[in-house]
Write a protein that binds this ligand. Structure first.
Ligand SMILES: [Zn+2]
Length: 157
């Protein structure tokens, strides 16, 4: 799922949370975590394409799935029980609880939109598959785009 949709869903869920809990902390942490979880794409883009990638190229790389391997450090179901335990141990700290909800809704939406396999969003499962993009996200590998197209189009002009 793309940034505008994640932003809209995160804001919508944060508004619902505010109506239910009357807590700015839960709502704000839900919005922030629900959007900025995607910052882990930066790690994968820099790892595969180098530091010279500008913002426009960054979104093009992500949109066209120009990855050979994909780690997505924050996109893991494994974070949810850790956040839930932390929320419980902190007596329902609103920042932790909001982050749990933000991460959770983002992962569910990504899994629904980007993969036919919910395992794709397991860090352990990706690690077992050597973070190989085509194995993890076969649905995202469009016939139009193949790995290396971005690099060849950028450096062969
Ligand atoms: Zn995402």
């Amino acid at each position: 799922m793309k940034l505008p949709q994640h932003t809209a869903f995160s804001v919508f869920i944060a508004a619902l949370l505010y109506m239910i809990c009357k807590s700015w902390a839960i709502s704000l942490s839900c919005v922030i975590s629900g959007i900025f979880i995607d910052l882990d794409h930066v790690i994968d883009v820099v790892r595969e394409h180098g530091r010279e990638v500008n913002i426009k190229d960054f979104f093009e790389i992500c949109h066209n799935a120009q990855f050979n391997r994909i780690i997505l450090l924050f996109h893991g179901w494994e974070w949810l029980p850790l956040l839930a335990i932390t929320a419980w141990l902190t007596g329902g700290n609103p920042w932790v609880t909001g982050t749990l909800i933000g991460f959770g809704q983002h992962l569910v939406l990504d899994a629904y939109a980007n993969s036919s396999n919910f395992s794709s969003y397991s860090l352990i499962w990706r690690w077992k598959n050597d973070f190989h993009f085509d194995t993890i996200f076969p649905k995202l590998r469009s016939n139009k785009y193949t790995y290396g197209r971005y690099l060849s189009s950028r450096f062969n002009q």
